[in-house]
Design a protein around this ligand. Structure first.
Ligand SMILES: Nc1ncnc2c1ncn2[C@@H]1O[C@H](COP(=O)(O)OP(=O)(O)OP(=O)(O)O)[C@@H](O)[C@H]1O
Ligand SMILES: [Mg+2]
Length: 250
């Protein structure tokens, strides 16, 4: 099933990067010194591509995601999202690009406790100014997509951790993003549920033509990943594909 998309085809051009990070630098003051977290980092992710980012704690993985998702301005360098270079944009313009193109998934789904599963999704539609009838239809089809059609009227407290995380992913898709940014989306799940979330993110990346970056650990080791990157001491490096990924493609 294909979820109806609002974004223009122009942002989904085959092969053109949805995210392009060019010579991005982020440094924090560290006593009298400066600690460089991202040292002229380059990264480009195209539509339908799933990139997994690993690295030691404190390496700057979350920082890189917040820069990519336009939540933080780098000290220098350019971040281009869906064809729009953002370095010269005002805060308001950056917020618009983010709203139109970027969705986030975190370790916890951060659902609103008083809203049912479907209402969590409908809220996103309302924020984006959609008509109520269209919003409900999209929300239903997305809940079906994450295999939660029968749980649409449950409150978060009535859902398992894995189900909540799937609602969070459906909610992220509700805004028809071009770029999906997930910071340790499986960290709080047991291996079985983590595996299901990995599968889901991988599947929607392809079916929706998303550019997806995931910061992750074990559950992703052998999964459907296009590229694995490692961040350490401010530098990104490519990691060879795991044996499992090669076998899947063969
Ligand atoms: N606003 C800030 N001011 C100063 N230092 C910061 C700030 N935000 C992050 N840092 C530091 O930058 C470094 C990178 O943080 P970041 O959260 O990006 O790491 P990470 O790779 O995501 O780590 P983890 O795997 O533990 O989540 C850390 O040392 C952190 O303390
Ligand atoms: Mg982090």
């Amino acid at each position: 099933m294909t979820v109806p998309a609002r974004r223009s085809e122009a942002t989904r051009g085959a092969g053109s990067p949805v995210l392009a990070i060019d010579r991005v630098r982020v440094a924090y003051p560290d006593g009298p010194d400066t600690r460089v977290i991202l040292d002229d980092v380059d990264l480009s992710v195209t539509a339908g591509e799933l990139v997994v980012l690993t690295g030691p704690s404190g390496a700057g993985k979350s920082t890189l995601l917040t820069v990519a998702g336009l939540l933080r301005r780098p000290d220098s360098g350019e971040v281009t999202v869906a064809g729009t270079p953002t370095a010269g944009l005002s805060q308001r313009q950056r917020t618009k690009v983010r709203r139109d193109h970027v969705a986030f998934v975190y370790q916890s789904a951060n659902l609103l406790p008083s809203l049912t599963a479907i209402e969590q999704l409908e809220l996103v539609g309302h924020i984006h100014g959609e008509k109520a009838s269209g919003t409900t239809a999209r929300a239903r089809s997305l809940l079906e997509r994450v295999d939660l059609a029968g749980r649409a009227d449950q409150l978060p407290v009535e859902l398992s951790g894995g189900e909540r995380q799937r609602v969070g992913i459906a909610r992220a898709l509700m805004a028809s993003p071009s770029l999906l940014i997930a910071d340790e989306p499986t960290a709080s799940l047991d291996p079985e549920r983590a595996g299901a979330v990995v599968e889901l993110i991988s599947e929607v990346t392809r079916s929706e033509g998303l550019a997806t970056i995931v910061v992750a650990h074990d559950a992703w080791a052998e999964m459907h990943v296009d590229r694995r990157l490692h961040l350490d001491r401010g530098r990104l490096s490519e990691v060879g594909p795991p044996a499992g990924a090669a076998a899947q493609r063969a």
